[in-house]
Design a protein around this ligand. Structure first.
Ligand code: GDP
Ligand code: IMO
Ligand code: MG
Length: 434
Protein backbone atom coordinates (compact mmCIF):
# COMPACT_ATOMS: atom_id res chain seq x y z
CA UNK A 1 0.00 0.00 0.00
CA UNK A 2 1.58 3.22 -1.14
CA UNK A 3 0.69 5.62 1.70
CA UNK A 4 3.26 6.25 4.42
CA UNK A 5 2.03 8.26 7.41
CA UNK A 6 4.41 10.30 9.56
CA UNK A 7 3.15 11.12 13.07
CA UNK A 8 4.71 12.89 16.04
CA UNK A 9 4.84 10.51 19.02
CA UNK A 10 5.21 13.03 21.84
CA UNK A 11 4.10 16.67 22.19
CA UNK A 12 5.25 17.91 18.80
CA UNK A 13 8.61 19.21 17.55
CA UNK A 14 10.05 15.71 17.37
CA UNK A 15 11.80 16.46 14.09
CA UNK A 16 8.98 15.54 11.70
CA UNK A 17 10.10 18.19 9.17
CA UNK A 18 13.56 16.68 8.84
CA UNK A 19 12.26 13.13 8.39
CA UNK A 20 9.52 14.16 5.94
CA UNK A 21 12.03 16.07 3.83
CA UNK A 22 14.26 13.01 3.86
CA UNK A 23 11.49 10.58 2.89
CA UNK A 24 10.24 12.93 0.18
CA UNK A 25 13.21 11.94 -1.94
CA UNK A 26 11.42 8.60 -2.51
CA UNK A 27 7.86 9.99 -2.56
CA UNK A 28 5.68 11.35 -5.36
CA UNK A 29 3.15 13.21 -3.23
CA UNK A 30 3.45 14.87 0.19
CA UNK A 31 0.18 15.77 1.88
CA UNK A 32 -0.49 17.58 5.18
CA UNK A 33 -3.59 16.17 6.85
CA UNK A 34 -4.34 18.35 9.91
CA UNK A 35 -3.36 21.37 11.96
CA UNK A 36 -2.56 24.77 10.59
CA UNK A 37 0.17 27.34 10.90
CA UNK A 38 0.55 26.42 14.57
CA UNK A 39 3.06 23.90 13.18
CA UNK A 40 6.70 24.75 12.59
CA UNK A 41 8.60 22.05 10.70
CA UNK A 42 12.31 22.68 10.27
CA UNK A 43 14.25 21.39 7.30
CA UNK A 44 17.99 21.97 7.04
CA UNK A 45 19.61 21.62 3.66
CA UNK A 46 23.34 22.29 3.74
CA UNK A 47 23.70 25.67 5.43
CA UNK A 48 20.10 26.70 4.70
CA UNK A 49 17.30 26.37 7.22
CA UNK A 50 13.65 26.41 6.17
CA UNK A 51 10.72 26.49 8.57
CA UNK A 52 7.48 25.22 7.05
CA UNK A 53 4.16 25.99 8.70
CA UNK A 54 1.35 25.08 6.30
CA UNK A 55 3.17 23.98 3.19
CA UNK A 56 4.19 20.31 3.25
CA UNK A 57 7.82 19.77 4.26
CA UNK A 58 8.51 18.05 0.94
CA UNK A 59 8.30 21.33 -0.98
CA UNK A 60 12.08 21.71 -1.19
CA UNK A 61 12.27 18.75 -3.58
CA UNK A 62 11.50 19.59 -7.20
CA UNK A 63 8.77 17.73 -9.03
CA UNK A 64 6.84 16.48 -5.98
CA UNK A 65 3.18 17.27 -5.56
CA UNK A 66 2.43 19.09 -2.29
CA UNK A 67 -1.10 18.91 -0.97
CA UNK A 68 -2.83 20.78 1.83
CA UNK A 69 -5.61 18.37 2.75
CA UNK A 70 -9.20 18.95 3.81
CA UNK A 71 -8.28 18.31 7.46
CA UNK A 72 -6.01 21.36 7.60
CA UNK A 73 -7.21 24.80 8.70
CA UNK A 74 -5.78 27.48 6.44
CA UNK A 75 -5.07 31.08 7.29
CA UNK A 76 -4.72 32.40 3.73
CA UNK A 77 -2.63 35.40 4.82
CA UNK A 78 -0.17 33.07 6.56
CA UNK A 79 -0.13 30.73 3.57
CA UNK A 80 0.61 33.52 1.11
CA UNK A 81 3.31 34.91 3.38
CA UNK A 82 4.90 31.47 3.59
CA UNK A 83 4.72 31.01 -0.18
CA UNK A 84 6.28 34.43 -0.78
CA UNK A 85 9.09 33.65 1.66
CA UNK A 86 9.84 30.43 -0.21
CA UNK A 87 9.56 32.07 -3.64
CA UNK A 88 12.22 34.57 -2.54
CA UNK A 89 14.46 31.61 -1.75
CA UNK A 90 13.99 30.06 -5.17
CA UNK A 91 11.07 27.68 -4.64
CA UNK A 92 8.45 27.73 -7.40
CA UNK A 93 4.72 27.27 -6.99
CA UNK A 94 3.02 26.24 -10.19
CA UNK A 95 1.52 22.80 -10.57
CA UNK A 96 3.27 21.45 -7.47
CA UNK A 97 0.72 22.79 -4.94
CA UNK A 98 -2.92 21.82 -4.38
CA UNK A 99 -5.19 23.06 -1.61
CA UNK A 100 -8.32 21.13 -0.72
CA UNK A 101 -11.54 22.99 -1.52
CA UNK A 102 -12.90 21.54 1.73
CA UNK A 103 -10.13 22.87 3.97
CA UNK A 104 -11.56 25.33 6.48
CA UNK A 105 -10.40 28.91 6.67
CA UNK A 106 -8.97 30.60 9.71
CA UNK A 107 -10.62 34.01 9.90
CA UNK A 108 -9.46 37.08 11.84
CA UNK A 109 -12.19 36.53 14.43
CA UNK A 110 -10.81 33.05 15.15
CA UNK A 111 -7.49 34.54 16.05
CA UNK A 112 -9.14 37.28 18.12
CA UNK A 113 -11.21 34.72 20.06
CA UNK A 114 -8.19 32.42 20.56
CA UNK A 115 -6.14 35.24 22.07
CA UNK A 116 -9.02 36.66 24.14
CA UNK A 117 -10.03 33.25 25.46
CA UNK A 118 -6.47 32.47 26.56
CA UNK A 119 -6.27 35.83 28.29
CA UNK A 120 -9.48 35.09 30.18
CA UNK A 121 -8.27 31.65 31.30
CA UNK A 122 -5.37 33.23 33.20
CA UNK A 123 -3.19 30.55 34.79
CA UNK A 124 -5.45 27.83 33.36
CA UNK A 125 -4.51 28.85 29.83
CA UNK A 126 -3.59 26.18 27.29
CA UNK A 127 -0.66 28.16 25.97
CA UNK A 128 -1.93 28.05 22.39
CA UNK A 129 0.06 29.49 19.53
CA UNK A 130 -2.60 32.24 19.25
CA UNK A 131 -3.15 31.42 15.60
CA UNK A 132 -6.93 30.86 15.82
CA UNK A 133 -6.63 27.09 15.43
CA UNK A 134 -9.11 26.06 18.16
CA UNK A 135 -11.90 28.49 17.20
CA UNK A 136 -11.55 27.56 13.50
CA UNK A 137 -11.95 23.84 14.23
CA UNK A 138 -14.80 24.67 16.62
CA UNK A 139 -16.67 26.39 13.77
CA UNK A 140 -15.99 23.40 11.52
CA UNK A 141 -17.46 20.96 14.05
CA UNK A 142 -20.26 23.42 14.73
CA UNK A 143 -21.10 23.29 10.99
CA UNK A 144 -20.72 26.95 10.33
CA UNK A 145 -17.12 27.10 9.15
CA UNK A 146 -16.08 28.78 5.90
CA UNK A 147 -14.13 26.62 3.47
CA UNK A 148 -11.63 27.32 0.69
CA UNK A 149 -14.35 26.66 -1.90
CA UNK A 150 -16.49 29.44 -0.39
CA UNK A 151 -13.77 31.93 -1.29
CA UNK A 152 -14.50 31.20 -4.95
CA UNK A 153 -18.14 32.20 -4.58
CA UNK A 154 -18.23 35.83 -3.34
CA UNK A 155 -21.97 35.85 -2.62
CA UNK A 156 -21.89 32.68 -0.55
CA UNK A 157 -18.76 33.92 1.18
CA UNK A 158 -20.41 37.23 2.11
CA UNK A 159 -23.46 35.47 3.48
CA UNK A 160 -21.49 33.09 5.71
CA UNK A 161 -19.11 35.82 6.77
CA UNK A 162 -21.97 38.07 7.79
CA UNK A 163 -23.51 35.43 10.09
CA UNK A 164 -20.16 34.48 11.59
CA UNK A 165 -18.86 38.02 12.13
CA UNK A 166 -22.17 38.89 13.78
CA UNK A 167 -21.79 36.08 16.31
CA UNK A 168 -18.06 36.60 16.80
CA UNK A 169 -18.50 40.32 17.47
CA UNK A 170 -21.21 39.59 20.02
CA UNK A 171 -18.77 37.31 21.85
CA UNK A 172 -15.81 39.65 21.48
CA UNK A 173 -17.76 42.64 22.76
CA UNK A 174 -19.95 41.16 25.46
CA UNK A 175 -17.87 38.28 26.74
CA UNK A 176 -14.25 39.06 26.00
CA UNK A 177 -14.29 42.85 26.03
CA UNK A 178 -12.04 42.79 22.96
CA UNK A 179 -11.91 44.90 19.76
CA UNK A 180 -14.53 44.11 17.09
CA UNK A 181 -13.98 42.73 13.60
CA UNK A 182 -14.87 44.85 10.57
CA UNK A 183 -16.81 42.64 8.18
CA UNK A 184 -16.27 44.73 5.04
CA UNK A 185 -12.54 44.85 5.59
CA UNK A 186 -12.36 41.08 6.06
CA UNK A 187 -14.51 40.53 2.96
CA UNK A 188 -12.25 42.62 0.75
CA UNK A 189 -9.09 41.17 2.27
CA UNK A 190 -10.20 37.55 1.77
CA UNK A 191 -11.40 38.09 -1.82
CA UNK A 192 -7.89 39.36 -2.50
CA UNK A 193 -6.49 36.11 -1.11
CA UNK A 194 -8.95 34.18 -3.28
CA UNK A 195 -7.48 35.76 -6.40
CA UNK A 196 -4.03 34.64 -5.41
CA UNK A 197 -4.94 31.13 -4.28
CA UNK A 198 -7.74 30.08 -6.63
CA UNK A 199 -5.53 28.25 -9.09
CA UNK A 200 -4.40 25.85 -6.37
CA UNK A 201 -7.87 25.01 -4.98
CA UNK A 202 -9.11 21.56 -6.00
CA UNK A 203 -10.82 18.36 -4.92
CA UNK A 204 -7.62 16.88 -3.56
CA UNK A 205 -9.23 13.53 -2.74
CA UNK A 206 -9.46 12.80 -6.47
CA UNK A 207 -5.79 13.57 -6.98
CA UNK A 208 -4.59 11.52 -3.99
CA UNK A 209 -6.78 8.52 -4.70
CA UNK A 210 -5.71 8.48 -8.35
CA UNK A 211 -2.09 8.63 -7.20
CA UNK A 212 -2.73 5.71 -4.84
CA UNK A 213 -4.38 3.72 -7.63
CA UNK A 214 -1.30 4.25 -9.78
CA UNK A 215 0.88 3.04 -6.89
CA UNK A 216 2.51 6.44 -6.57
CA UNK A 217 4.17 6.91 -3.22
CA UNK A 218 2.22 9.22 -0.94
CA UNK A 219 3.69 10.68 2.23
CA UNK A 220 1.03 11.84 4.70
CA UNK A 221 2.50 14.54 6.94
CA UNK A 222 1.14 14.96 10.43
CA UNK A 223 1.67 18.11 12.44
CA UNK A 224 1.83 18.44 16.25
CA UNK A 225 1.99 15.09 18.03
CA UNK A 226 0.02 12.22 19.55
CA UNK A 227 -0.21 13.81 23.00
CA UNK A 228 -1.60 17.01 21.48
CA UNK A 229 -4.37 14.99 19.77
CA UNK A 230 -7.85 16.14 20.77
CA UNK A 231 -8.89 12.52 21.50
CA UNK A 232 -5.71 10.78 22.58
CA UNK A 233 -3.66 13.61 24.07
CA UNK A 234 -3.53 15.27 27.47
CA UNK A 235 -6.94 16.92 27.04
CA UNK A 236 -7.68 19.82 27.43
CA UNK A 237 -4.00 20.74 26.98
CA UNK A 238 -4.06 19.70 23.35
CA UNK A 239 -4.59 21.15 19.92
CA UNK A 240 -8.01 20.92 18.26
CA UNK A 241 -7.29 18.33 15.56
CA UNK A 242 -6.28 14.68 15.14
CA UNK A 243 -2.54 14.35 14.56
CA UNK A 244 -2.77 10.58 15.17
CA UNK A 245 -2.59 8.23 12.20
CA UNK A 246 -6.37 7.95 11.79
CA UNK A 247 -6.40 11.68 11.10
CA UNK A 248 -4.56 10.98 7.85
CA UNK A 249 -7.64 9.15 6.51
CA UNK A 250 -10.20 11.78 7.46
CA UNK A 251 -7.83 14.67 6.77
CA UNK A 252 -6.99 13.55 3.24
CA UNK A 253 -10.00 11.46 2.22
CA UNK A 254 -8.19 8.15 1.84
CA UNK A 255 -9.23 4.73 3.09
CA UNK A 256 -7.35 3.05 5.93
CA UNK A 257 -6.52 0.25 3.49
CA UNK A 258 -4.30 2.60 1.46
CA UNK A 259 -1.83 2.92 4.35
CA UNK A 260 1.22 0.68 4.22
CA UNK A 261 3.46 2.09 6.94
CA UNK A 262 3.07 4.43 9.91
CA UNK A 263 6.26 5.98 11.24
CA UNK A 264 6.28 7.58 14.66
CA UNK A 265 8.80 10.36 15.13
CA UNK A 266 10.28 10.02 18.60
CA UNK A 267 12.72 12.52 20.05
CA UNK A 268 15.47 10.86 22.13
CA UNK A 269 14.24 12.93 25.09
CA UNK A 270 10.96 14.84 25.59
CA UNK A 271 9.86 18.42 25.02
CA UNK A 272 6.60 20.29 25.27
CA UNK A 273 5.50 23.86 24.47
CA UNK A 274 2.56 25.41 26.28
CA UNK A 275 0.78 24.24 29.43
CA UNK A 276 -0.22 20.78 30.58
CA UNK A 277 1.22 17.79 32.41
CA UNK A 278 4.73 16.60 31.58
CA UNK A 279 5.84 13.97 34.13
CA UNK A 280 9.53 13.75 33.12
CA UNK A 281 10.06 17.52 32.84
CA UNK A 282 13.38 18.71 34.25
CA UNK A 283 13.00 22.22 35.59
CA UNK A 284 16.67 22.33 36.49
CA UNK A 285 20.16 22.42 34.99
CA UNK A 286 19.47 19.21 33.03
CA UNK A 287 16.40 20.73 31.37
CA UNK A 288 18.45 23.81 30.61
CA UNK A 289 21.21 21.68 29.09
CA UNK A 290 18.78 19.81 26.82
CA UNK A 291 17.19 23.12 25.75
CA UNK A 292 20.50 24.71 24.84
CA UNK A 293 22.17 21.71 23.21
CA UNK A 294 18.95 20.70 21.43
CA UNK A 295 18.16 24.31 20.48
CA UNK A 296 14.70 23.79 21.92
CA UNK A 297 13.05 27.07 21.05
CA UNK A 298 9.74 27.09 19.18
CA UNK A 299 9.97 27.15 15.38
CA UNK A 300 6.65 29.04 15.26
CA UNK A 301 6.46 31.22 18.36
CA UNK A 302 10.09 31.24 19.52
CA UNK A 303 8.97 30.12 22.99
CA UNK A 304 11.45 28.13 25.11
CA UNK A 305 10.39 24.49 25.04
CA UNK A 306 10.01 22.61 28.31
CA UNK A 307 12.53 19.73 28.35
CA UNK A 308 12.84 16.39 30.12
CA UNK A 309 13.80 12.72 29.93
CA UNK A 310 12.47 10.09 27.57
CA UNK A 311 9.11 8.83 28.78
CA UNK A 312 8.41 5.34 27.47
CA UNK A 313 4.84 5.37 28.81
CA UNK A 314 3.87 8.24 26.56
CA UNK A 315 5.65 6.72 23.55
CA UNK A 316 4.06 3.31 24.18
CA UNK A 317 0.67 5.00 24.29
CA UNK A 318 1.53 6.57 20.92
CA UNK A 319 2.59 3.19 19.50
CA UNK A 320 -0.78 1.83 20.58
CA UNK A 321 -3.12 4.54 19.30
CA UNK A 322 -1.27 5.04 16.00
CA UNK A 323 -0.20 1.50 15.20
CA UNK A 324 3.37 2.56 14.43
CA UNK A 325 5.10 0.06 12.18
CA UNK A 326 8.44 1.63 13.11
CA UNK A 327 9.88 4.78 14.63
CA UNK A 328 12.40 7.40 13.61
CA UNK A 329 14.44 8.26 16.70
CA UNK A 330 15.68 11.85 16.40
CA UNK A 331 18.17 14.10 18.17
CA UNK A 332 20.19 11.25 19.66
CA UNK A 333 23.25 13.50 19.31
CA UNK A 334 21.78 15.95 21.84
CA UNK A 335 22.48 13.38 24.58
CA UNK A 336 26.16 12.95 23.56
CA UNK A 337 27.80 14.75 26.48
CA UNK A 338 25.77 13.35 29.38
CA UNK A 339 27.31 11.16 32.10
CA UNK A 340 24.03 9.39 32.74
CA UNK A 341 20.74 9.24 30.88
CA UNK A 342 17.40 8.47 32.47
CA UNK A 343 14.44 6.69 30.93
CA UNK A 344 11.03 6.81 32.57
CA UNK A 345 9.49 3.33 32.92
CA UNK A 346 6.56 3.99 35.26
CA UNK A 347 4.72 6.54 37.40
CA UNK A 348 4.00 6.35 41.11
CA UNK A 349 0.93 8.12 42.43
CA UNK A 350 -0.65 7.73 45.88
CA UNK A 351 1.09 4.40 46.43
CA UNK A 352 0.02 2.98 43.06
CA UNK A 353 2.51 2.11 40.32
CA UNK A 354 1.39 2.87 36.78
CA UNK A 355 3.04 0.95 33.95
CA UNK A 356 0.80 2.40 31.23
CA UNK A 357 -0.09 6.02 30.69
CA UNK A 358 -3.10 6.93 32.84
CA UNK A 359 -5.83 9.01 31.24
CA UNK A 360 -6.43 10.87 34.50
CA UNK A 361 -4.69 14.23 34.15
CA UNK A 362 -4.35 14.55 37.90
CA UNK A 363 -2.20 11.41 38.05
CA UNK A 364 -0.02 12.74 35.24
CA UNK A 365 0.34 16.08 36.99
CA UNK A 366 1.15 14.70 40.43
CA UNK A 367 2.94 11.41 39.81
CA UNK A 368 6.59 10.67 40.57
CA UNK A 369 8.24 9.20 37.48
CA UNK A 370 10.16 5.95 37.98
CA UNK A 371 13.43 5.91 36.09
CA UNK A 372 16.10 3.51 35.02
CA UNK A 373 19.53 5.05 34.49
CA UNK A 374 21.86 4.20 31.63
CA UNK A 375 25.47 5.35 31.29
CA UNK A 376 26.11 8.09 28.75
CA UNK A 377 28.43 7.43 25.80
CA UNK A 378 30.30 10.73 26.10
CA UNK A 379 31.34 10.74 22.48
CA UNK A 380 30.02 12.64 19.51
CA UNK A 381 27.44 10.91 17.35
CA UNK A 382 26.79 13.95 15.14
CA UNK A 383 26.49 12.97 11.52
CA UNK A 384 26.98 9.21 12.02
CA UNK A 385 25.37 7.32 9.12
CA UNK A 386 25.90 3.68 10.06
CA UNK A 387 24.35 2.00 13.06
CA UNK A 388 27.52 0.02 13.78
CA UNK A 389 29.46 3.29 14.07
CA UNK A 390 27.36 4.48 17.00
CA UNK A 391 29.12 4.07 20.36
CA UNK A 392 28.05 0.83 22.02
CA UNK A 393 26.36 2.70 24.89
CA UNK A 394 24.34 4.76 22.41
CA UNK A 395 23.16 1.56 20.73
CA UNK A 396 22.21 0.20 24.14
CA UNK A 397 20.15 3.35 24.75
CA UNK A 398 18.38 3.06 21.40
CA UNK A 399 17.68 -0.63 21.90
CA UNK A 400 16.44 -0.17 25.46
CA UNK A 401 14.06 2.64 24.46
CA UNK A 402 12.70 0.65 21.52
CA UNK A 403 12.25 -2.49 23.61
CA UNK A 404 10.43 -0.59 26.34
CA UNK A 405 8.21 1.12 23.76
CA UNK A 406 7.53 -2.12 21.87
CA UNK A 407 8.56 -0.82 18.46
CA UNK A 408 11.48 -1.09 16.02
CA UNK A 409 13.53 1.81 14.68
CA UNK A 410 13.69 2.37 10.92
CA UNK A 411 15.60 5.67 11.07
CA UNK A 412 17.95 7.25 13.61
CA UNK A 413 18.70 10.94 13.25
CA UNK A 414 22.12 12.22 14.32
CA UNK A 415 21.86 15.86 13.28
CA UNK A 416 19.50 18.38 11.73
CA UNK A 417 20.80 17.97 8.17
CA UNK A 418 19.44 15.53 5.62
CA UNK A 419 22.61 13.48 5.46
CA UNK A 420 23.01 13.19 9.24
CA UNK A 421 20.89 10.08 9.35
CA UNK A 422 21.13 6.32 9.87
CA UNK A 423 18.65 4.49 7.66
CA UNK A 424 17.92 1.00 8.94
CA UNK A 425 15.12 0.15 6.54
CA UNK A 426 13.44 1.73 3.53
CA UNK A 427 9.90 2.54 4.69
CA UNK A 428 8.41 3.07 1.20
CA UNK A 429 9.78 -0.26 -0.03
CA UNK A 430 8.15 -1.93 2.96
CA UNK A 431 4.89 -0.02 2.45
CA UNK A 432 4.61 -1.02 -1.19
CA UNK A 433 5.11 -4.69 -0.40
CA UNK A 434 1.97 -4.69 1.75
P1 GDP B 1 8.87 19.28 13.90
O1 GDP B 1 7.86 20.29 14.30
O2 GDP B 1 8.54 17.92 14.42
O3 GDP B 1 9.18 19.27 12.44
O4 GDP B 1 10.23 19.70 14.66
P2 GDP B 1 10.84 21.19 14.77
O5 GDP B 1 11.38 21.57 13.46
O6 GDP B 1 9.88 22.10 15.42
O7 GDP B 1 12.00 20.94 15.84
C1 GDP B 1 13.01 20.01 15.63
C2 GDP B 1 14.36 20.74 15.70
O8 GDP B 1 15.42 19.79 15.82
C3 GDP B 1 14.68 21.53 14.43
O9 GDP B 1 15.44 22.64 14.78
C4 GDP B 1 15.50 20.55 13.60
O10 GDP B 1 16.38 21.20 12.70
C5 GDP B 1 16.27 19.85 14.68
N1 GDP B 1 16.64 18.44 14.42
C6 GDP B 1 15.93 17.48 13.77
N2 GDP B 1 16.56 16.29 13.85
C7 GDP B 1 17.68 16.52 14.57
C8 GDP B 1 18.75 15.67 15.05
O11 GDP B 1 18.76 14.46 14.84
N3 GDP B 1 19.73 16.27 15.78
C9 GDP B 1 19.74 17.59 16.08
N4 GDP B 1 20.74 18.08 16.80
N5 GDP B 1 18.75 18.42 15.65
C10 GDP B 1 17.75 17.87 14.93
P1 IMO C 1 4.67 20.98 15.27
O1 IMO C 1 3.89 20.50 14.07
C1 IMO C 1 4.55 21.82 19.56
C2 IMO C 1 0.76 23.28 21.16
C3 IMO C 1 0.69 24.70 21.69
C4 IMO C 1 -0.34 24.52 22.79
C5 IMO C 1 -1.31 23.53 22.19
C6 IMO C 1 -2.55 24.16 21.57
O2 IMO C 1 5.73 21.96 14.95
O3 IMO C 1 5.13 19.82 16.10
P2 IMO C 1 -2.94 25.53 19.32
O4 IMO C 1 -2.36 26.82 18.84
O5 IMO C 1 -2.69 24.37 18.42
O6 IMO C 1 -4.40 25.64 19.69
O7 IMO C 1 -2.18 25.23 20.71
O8 IMO C 1 -0.59 22.82 21.19
N1 IMO C 1 1.24 23.15 19.76
C7 IMO C 1 2.44 22.66 19.43
N2 IMO C 1 3.48 22.29 20.21
N3 IMO C 1 4.64 21.71 18.21
C8 IMO C 1 3.60 22.06 17.42
O9 IMO C 1 3.58 21.83 16.10
C9 IMO C 1 2.45 22.60 18.03
N4 IMO C 1 1.27 23.07 17.55
C10 IMO C 1 0.54 23.39 18.63
O10 IMO C 1 1.95 25.11 22.19
O11 IMO C 1 0.25 23.91 23.92
MG1 MG D 1 7.75 22.14 15.30
Amino acid sequence: MPVLVVVGAQWGDEGKGKIIDLLTERADVVARYQGGHNAGHTVVVGMDEFILHLIPSGVLHKGKKCIIGNGVVVDPAALIEEMDGLIKRGIKFDTNLLISANAHLIMPYHKAIDVASERLKGNKKIGTTGRGIGPAYADKINRRGIRMADLLSPERFREKLSINVGEANFLLERFYNAPLINQDEVYAEYLGYAQRLKKYIADTTIYINEAVAKKKKVLAEGAQGTHLDVDHGTYPYVTSSSPTAGGACTGLGIGPNTIGEIIGIVKAYTTRVGSGPFPTEQENAMGEHLRERGREYGATTGRARRCGWMDTLIVRHAVRVNGFTSIALTKLDVLDTLDEIKICVGYKHKGKLYKEMPSDLEVLEQCTPQYITLPGWKQTTIGIKKYAQLPKKARTYVEKVCKLCGVKPSIISTGARRDETIILERPFQKALKK
